[in-house]
Write a protein that binds this ligand. Sequence first.
Ligand code: UDP
Length: 316
Amino acid sequence: MVTLTIILGRNRNLAHELEALDIDLWIVHDPQPCPVSLGLRSFRQAIWHCHIDSSTTTRTVWNDLQRYITGNDRLVFCLPEYVNGRVPKERIRFVRPAIDALTPKNLPLPLPEAKEILAGLGIDPHRPLMTQVARFDPWKDPLGVIESYRLVKKECPSLQLALVGVMEAQDDLEAQVVFEQVQRHAGADLDIHLFSDPKEVQEREVNAFQTASTVVLQKSLREGFGLTVTEAMWKGSAVIGGNCGGIRVQIEDGHSGFLVNTPEECASRVIRLIREDGLRTQMGAAAKESVRKQYLIPRLLRDYLQLIEEVVLGRA
Ligand code: UDP
């Protein structure tokens, strides 16, 4: 288990390594490296970017964190609801994440090629497919996805389901437990495909799933921002997302995708999208346009440049 003592020790070492550098502006990401600020004499102008939902952080943890973030000129969060109430309001700014359209995961992949990749992974490209790309984690609700699939399967017997949750870290015991639970829940259904091996599914394969699935799901019960939603929308896919966190910000319900609260709602939207080609195309186009306008790297770069200018020029 990683304790505060270990984290502080690592930060002391990091501060020692960084001390020699002549740095004008620090940008520190997330809570883990925050304590580095206390060990640095050169820590003058700084921005802390918190990518996670800190709103429900316990008082004890927040008190510890507060000591390390008070030296920052700006405290950046992804969404207003993720701010913990105990930070100075005038220093708060919001920056939403973005995806890199030039990586193998997000570059355009012609549909026939994407289908060929999926066929190589045992998916029948001629039958409908619903996919969720997500870590095996209870908040991503993989069991709810299987429940939705079973409801749809009654109406569309040829339906297939892919749950893609590559496990990079061998010691992620929680993911392993959830994966085994999902395996048991899937049972002997040959149309449910589970992927967890990083050798089998890499960026291009994720791209293929997000490009060639009939419907992409991100049926989370709780979510940070939900980059998988952004990625699938960027490919012009019809996406159904859990009505929570950043998914709610990204999907305009009924226009650029669907937001759902239950497996039943999810199943009824999947059925509509399987049956209505026009709706799928229309939603996919709206989804892609929304990502183009709001969630690509150049917008993130612009936000960052504004933030840096503000701090460096000492603007309020
Ligand atoms: N991802 C992946 N392979 C997988 C599962 C997830 O490459 O099997 C990637 C996914 O494409 C996305 C990221 O991991 O870029 C997950 O980000 P997201 O914000 O959706 O969820 P998080 O895991 O951070 O809660």
